[in-house]
Design a binder for this molecule. Structure first.
Ligand code: CA
Length: 501
């Protein structure tokens, strides 16, 4: 008997970065995440990026990027505490299970570039380099006292007996003899990796003790850890931290190793390569054979510029020189993140009043995988940033109604728009989006003859009127100045209003 074929309905993916820099951990954050899992799935989140889960060098409130021990997920009494900022190992595992039960994929934050909070110092021959051009040596080799001994006395060899010493690192930023801040030291018997960003001459070094990923013992240990971590946690994907500071050929091999290990499942990767020039990102993708997705940093900068231009931004150019334009299959789009938020190192926050426009753009346009920021969904109390109005509704529209062929009208200095025709797999799908960074406007757009005579309403609920599609499948879709209008079918509108938060 022939097997009955069931058609798989494809749903739009939407990620959320489920933390911001100042999120209150109180060592119970995993429990809070767990409690929200079902709710996030309900309004259309399909993947959650959780913060780094391992013990940090400074325990109390470290976000997790100052990695001390990657095997300590809140299990060992190390660095003054058993739990991490976010909770215990068991709470982390329970949290992942809750997301899986809700049908949400979990993206783990993998930090391979550096280690912080060593257990001891070693005498190492090193060269002091110019911090602004790391190829420029400022000294002959001399002996420094480097924080490169990691033997994890609290863990006592559980899971891995590997102990780190200076031979596993390329450099540090602290000599415990001289105690001089702002310095960078390259170990005399090492060179910086060549295939990293060329900013600062060579950007292999970022912080802490820089891991020498090309050392064979290190490579093997990273592989051992990775397999242990995948088996222990069951996470579905990796977000790779600071890839511009890690050798590209290592990253390429690493991705291949993980995918080989997870044979049979699609294992997504996306990397953080913080650079505003799209050509730099494309060159990097070429170097690694397009193996991973990258955050669309150039689009973030376009959105930011638009948001502060007071209406003097050319909206027709919003996608110019972005990853979504040049490499749509590799683009992870975002409006803001934990580094761009107020008070952080790369602060470049998109102006709040234009954030709804920015989110409509990344969530409802076809290409790229959008990643919503925790701080925009819930607000950031300590810097008084408000939750973005109707962000949940936009995510819901993406999940339920933003399907079918797209028609772009990205053609005007102030008012742009596009439509999606909808498809047969998603009831009541089909949308028209109109965005303005200045004046009130209206877009005459084709949405499909199948909608002839049908009415559309703005689920952002700024424009009150109803748009009726003409016999040729066109409608005149208005928008108020400095805002977004998202036009959906009447049935979709009713659904969205009932489910609005
Ligand atoms: Ca590095």
């Amino acid at each position: 008997m022939a097997k009955k074929m069931t058609k798989e309905v494809k749903t739009n993916k939407t990620l959320i970065q489920y933390f911001e820099w100042y999120v209150e951990g109180n060592h119970v954050f995993w429990n809070k995440c767990k409690a929200q899992a079902r709710r996030l799935a309900e309004f259309g989140i399909t993947g959650v990026w959780l913060p780094p889960a391992y013990k940090a060098g400074f325990t109390e409130d470290n976000v997790g990027y100052a990695v001390y021990d990657m095997y300590d997920l809140g299990e060992f009494d190390q660095k003054g505490l058993t739990k991490t900022k976010y909770g215990s190992r068991q709470e982390y595992l329970d949290c992942i299970k809750a997301f899986h039960d809700a049908g949400i994929n979990v993206f783990a934050d993998v930090v391979l570039n550096h280690r912080v909070g060593a257990d001891g110092f070693e005498d190492v021959s090193a060269v002091r380099v110019n911090p602004n051009n790391r190829n420029d040596n400022w000294s002959e080799p001399y002996t420094i006292s480097a924080a490169t001994v990691f033997d994890f006395p609290g863990r006592k060899g559980k899971y891995s007996k590997f102990k780190w010493n200076h031979s596993h690192f390329t450099g540090v930023d602290w000599d415990n003899n001289e105690k001089r801040t702002g310095s960078i030291y390259r170990f005399a018997d090492k060179q910086w990796a060549n295939d990293v960003s060329h900013e600062m001459g060579n950007y292999d070094y970022l912080m802490g003790a820089d891991v020498d990923v090309y050392n064979p013992e290190v490579k093997k240990e990273i592989e051992t850890w990775t397999k242990w971590y995948l088996d222990t946690t069951g996470v579905d994907a990796f977000r790779m931290d600071a890839v511009k500071h890690i050798g590209a050929s290592f990253v390429k091999e690493y991705v291949a190793m993980v995918r080989e290990y997870k044979k049979g499942c699609d294992f997504p990767f996306f990397g953080e390569y913080w650079h505003g020039d799209v050509n730099t990102l494309c060159d990097y993708l070429d170097q690694i054979d397009n193996a991973i997705g990258l955050f669309d940093v150039p689009l973030h900068f376009n959105l930011r510029q638009m948001s502060y231009a007071d209406g003097n931004y050319n909206m027709a150019e919003i996608f110019n020189n972005t990853l979504i334009q040049k490499r749509p299959g590799n683009a992870v789009t975002f409006v803001d993140n934990h580094d761009s938020q107020p008070g952080q190192s790369l602060e470049s926050f998109v102006n709040t009043w234009m954030k709804q426009v920015a989110y409509a753009l990344i969530l409802l346009h076809k290409d790229g995988i959008p990643c919503v920021f925790y701080g925009d969904l819930y607000g950031i109390p300590c810097t008084r940033n408000i939750p973005i109005p109707r962000l949940r509704t936009l995510i819901r529209v993406r999940h339920d109604f933003a399907y079918g062929e797209q028609h772009d009208y990205i053609d005007d200095y102030d008012v742009i728009g596009w439509t999606r025709e909808g498809d047969g797999d998603h009831p009541d799908s089909g949308i028209a989006v109109v965005l303005s960074d200045k004046r009130d406007g209206c877009k005459h757009m084709y949405i499909g003859r199948q909608f002839a005579g049908k009415c559309f309403r703005d689920c952002m609920r700024k424009v009150r009127e109803v748009v009726t599609v003409d016999a040729d499948g066109y409608g005149d879709f208005p928008v108020q100045g400095f805002s977004s209008a998202v036009w959906v079918t009447e049935a979709a509108y009713e659904y969205l209003v009932i489910n609005e938060d």
